[in-house]
Design a protein around this ligand. Sequence first.
Ligand code: CP
Length: 325
Amino acid sequence: RHHVLSLADFTPEEYDTVLQTASSFREVLSRRTKKVPTLQGQVVANLFFEPSTRTRSSFELAAKRLSADTLNFAPGSSSLTKGETILDTAKTYLAMGTDMMVIRHKEAGVPRAIADEMDRLGVKVGVLNAGDGQHEHPSQGLLDLFTICSLLDANTPRLGLLQGRKIAIVGDILHSRVARSNIWSLTASGAEVHLAAPPTLLPKEFADFVTEDGLPRKLVVHWSLDPALTDADFVMTLRLQTERMTDHLLPSLREYHQQFGITRDRLRQCQPGVKVLHPGPVNRGVEISSDLMDDPEFSLISQQVTSGVAVRMALLYLMGGGKVG
Ligand code: CP
């Protein structure tokens, strides 16, 4: 695969390849040196046109652990401010010898447009979508999958481990590219995926989930929390993206927490040993109670961030070529 833009067309074999490769890199990261020469001489450009803490830093660290050179772009101090276009910015990085571009943008489709332009130019530059608008965040979906599968089998994380498990995705699904990528990966795994959100934050497309690839996928939609949580093995809660909301969508934060906030009390109806995920950043006390977020008995939030480095190493490795050392 030349570009990673979406999980919609990922095959079960590709998921397993990413999971196995990430597992190898987790082992590399546990060594004293933590570094392999795999991508020596290659250039990875992080083109983040929208803010990020986790994704940008972990792609940078992943590239450095693979011995690639990294370029970090800051839109506010770039020539975008002088009117340069996004495509011309990408072509400028191409002219410096960039091999892979990691793109985040507030508009859906920008990574695809850059990938199409690279293909049109006939250059072998891989483009990775690091989050585009409300569309997708494939590396987050893959690191969430890796975190969950590693919990079920640390030595051999694989897609099939989720067959028949119940996973609840709760909150602001309307604005969540993370939810979209996770819906693709988790339904592909054979898990039973339950969405719970207020009707105003649940896009119509999911009320009638259809697939064109013939895979048996199970997606159930709820407008209240409890049916989604009942007997769930994993609960993924999402940030309320107030910055993307117009006034008519914006709920009262207290009311939202009462109806959809994940608390220790609410988890009693889940399976014993239930785990909670959140892609971050978190609105503490809104989508999840602050004490639950920090409780290692339930919360996988730190593991998700840690998994991100190994998974992003795997993606860069698989796109850039080389051998795990
Ligand atoms: N989960 C996620 O994408 O976080 P950042 O916005 O900090 O990268």
